[in-house]
Design a protein around this ligand. Structure first.
Ligand code: NAD
Length: 275
């Protein structure tokens, strides 16, 4: 039997490969046989077939990277794992890396991908209320020009109406749900995302600093613990593999059941509040 999770003879781009879920994803798909083109603002300690230093806040740098990647042949899978946690990072930087850079990377790489290839990115359980912010999210998504979208973000930030992190995650989910079916119909490329719950990566201390360790400890975790980076990388590897060949425009909550419970009322979100 052919292993549908195999990445043998596949050329794969992993953006945000330095640490956390991106590091895990690059390692796992590499072990599954992929040639990994690693992308990050920081050079990873482990060797990959190729490394490109890219600041995902910069659309010009993304365009240059996509052009360079395409010169060596088509891309079979793109994983966008780069992200910033908020807190000491500005709302504009958080939106730029988590959403605007993601969308720009996807749209810049898609023309160099073939029918049957796939793209997966990372949102968050923090974006689970996307339906309640749909009008605002769609207002931004309608601005497909990066400079215009960045201006919208800067203005929203200046008027104090932007919470960068959760909004960036809502934008990611809505972008994937809305753009996925169109991209798949036009090009045969699938587009999906995962929405992890609390995960032990270098980002976790930033969240604990922002909202308090008690909040992160009390965050509903039906499985009873934080996930590991590998437990997020495997669903990403699945989504971009032929094992998921009929899945597109999907947001997969990889949070042990937290979002399902909160959205249907079997989990009380006030559990998160320290007593
Ligand atoms: N850790 C969690 O609890 C958690 C939960 C839900 C969602 N997420 C999301 O998962 C994704 C991965 O985060 P992580 O937890 O693995 O954290 P991480 O900090 O280990 O990984 C983030 C990666 O993004 C890279 N990066 C940051 N700024 C960049 C830039 N300007 N250009 C290019 N690369 C840049 C970093 O170098 C790093 O490799 C993020 O989108 C994060 O929001 C994390």
């Amino acid at each position: 039997m052919n292993n549908p999770l195999s990445y043998a003879n596949k050329r794969v781009v992993v953006v945000g490969c330095y640490s956390g879920m991106g590091e895990s994803t690059a390692r796992i798909v590499g072990e599954l046989g992929a040639e990994v083109v690693a992308v990050d603002i920081r050079k990873p300690g482990v060797a990959h077939a190729n490394f490109l230093e890219v600041d995902c806040r910069d659309p010009g740098a993304i365009d240059a990277a996509a052009a360079e990647i395409s010169r060596s042949g088509p891309v079979d899978a793109l994983f966008y794992c780069a992200g910033l946690p908020g807190g000491s990072f500005s709302n504009v930087d958080v939106m730029s890396v988590n959403f605007l850079g993601q969308r720009h990377f996807v749209e810049a790489c898609a023309p160099h991908m073939q029918r049957g290839s796939a793209i997966a990115s990372i949102s968050s359980a923090a974006g689970m209320a996307y339906a309640m912010a749909m009008d605002r999210v769609k207002e931004l998504l309608a601005l497909t020009d990066h400079a215009q979208a960045l201006r919208w973000v800067e203005e929203a930030d200046a008027e104090g109406s932007l919470e960068g992190y959760s909004f960036s995650k809502m934008c990611t989910i809505v972008y994937v749900l809305h753009r996925g079916p169109l991209l798949t119909r036009e090009t045969g490329i699938r587009l999906n995302c995962i929405s992890p719950g609390p995960t032990d990566t270098p980002m976790m201390p930033h969240f604990e600093e922002q909202v308090g360790k008690a909040f992160m400890d009390n965050f509903p975790k039906p499985i009873g613990r934080n996930s590991t980076a590998d437990e997020q990388a495997w669903p990403l590897a699945f989504l971009n593999s032929p094992a998921a060949s009929y899945i597109s425009g999907e947001n997969l909550f990889t949070d042990g059941g937290c979002a399902g419970g909160i959205l249907t009322g079997s989990i009380d979100p006030s559990e998160m509040m320290p007593s």
